[in-house]
Design a protein around this ligand. Structure first.
Ligand code: SAM
Length: 286
């Protein structure tokens, strides 16, 4: 639920958690009803541009680096030699940009259901789409569930599920059947990562269920990494990694320390720290 109040605050209300998040906005720049979702873009006073899907904050100029670096780099530095990467969702192209920073990656396919999201990113978030011309990048607009269904067995090194919340078009991306198909298309040693909601609000529900479902789908190792994300419910978010015949609880620390990427959040220490779960999360997952 969201509204633009008379005093020009955009507010997303998290009804089930009795909380809300507001940003002072100066202008509504876009309002589109696509076949899949309601897409809005606002100019804010202090967070740059803001993208909203179905009333839920997706990203802002100011803090999207946190999410995009943490959904991409832990998975890529966990895999031993990632060459073939697939992103399901991620239509704003911020995750794609982070993946393309890895010189060893040979091909990245992004499959978002909604082309309007990418068009909005091209218009209002130019820094996110600046790597889209990279010859290693392929942008498709289709249902990620169907794409995974049709993909060849053992053909992918890293699979990134950068989706909206598990309702509407993204519901199927959180089901055990989908995770089983993800497992099928990953090569041995492959790593999957999925955005997994708020550690504070969802450790005992969505995250716990996703972790159990990943194990049920055949993954040998699962790790949930929390990180700050001021504009999402509770201001704190998570990604959950799963490994096929590989551990996701360790990573290529030397490579993660030696790279020359201009990152703003991800470091070896941030990765190690995120793997060291707080006791309340460990308890929720036990
Ligand atoms: N960072 C965001 C978050 O955690 O809230 C996610 C950003 S990204 C914009 C989410 C994308 O997932 C949207 O562009 C949406 O169109 C896409 N999406 C949702 N369901 C999908 C599906 N079944 N297949 C492919 N893309 C999907």
């Amino acid at each position: 639920m969201s509204d633009l109040r008379d005093d020009q605050w955009f507010t997303e209300v998290f009804d089930s958690h009795g909380s809300a998040f507001s940003l002072k906005v100066t202008e509504k720049l876009l309002d589109v009803q696509s076949p899949y979702q309601h897409l809005e873009v606002y100019a804010t006073e202090t967070y740059g541009h803001l993208m909203v899907l179905d009333g839920c904050v997706m990203l802002t100029d100011r803090d999207n680096f946190l999410y995009h670096e943490m959904i991409a780099h832990p998975a890529l530095f966990t895999h031993q030699d990632p060459k073939r990467v697939v992103i399901i969702g991620g239509g704003d192209c911020g995750t794609l940009k982070e993946v393309l920073r890895h010189p060893g990656v040979e091909k990245v396919t992004q499959i978002d259901i909604d082309e309007e999201v990418t068009k909005a990113a091209e218009r209002f978030f130019p820094s996110l789409v600046e790597a889209n011309g990279d010859p290693r990048a392929e942008l498709l607009f289709a249902d990620g569930v169907k794409w995974v269904d049709d993909a060849a067995d053992e053909s992918i090194d890293v699979l990134i599920i950068d989706s909206t919340d598990p309702v509407g078009p993204a519901e199927g991306l959180f089901k055990t059947d989908f995770l089983k198909r993800c497992h099928r298309i990953l090569k041995s040693g492959g790593v999957m990562v999925q955005q997994s909601e708020s550690p504070l609000y969802h450790s005992g529900s969505i995250i716990r269920e996703l972790r159990n479902d990943m194990r049920e789908a055949g993954f040998d190792s699962v790790a949930t990494l929390p990180f700050p994300q001021p504009v999402y419910p509770s201001g704190w978010w998570s990604v959950t990694l799963a490994g096929k015949a590989t551990s996701v609880e360790s990573f290529r620390e030397e490579a993660a320390a030696d790279h020359e990427m201009p990152l703003q959040y991800y470091t070896v220490d941030a990765h190690r720290g995120a793997l060291a779960l707080p006791p309340f999360m460990r308890k929720a997952f036990a």
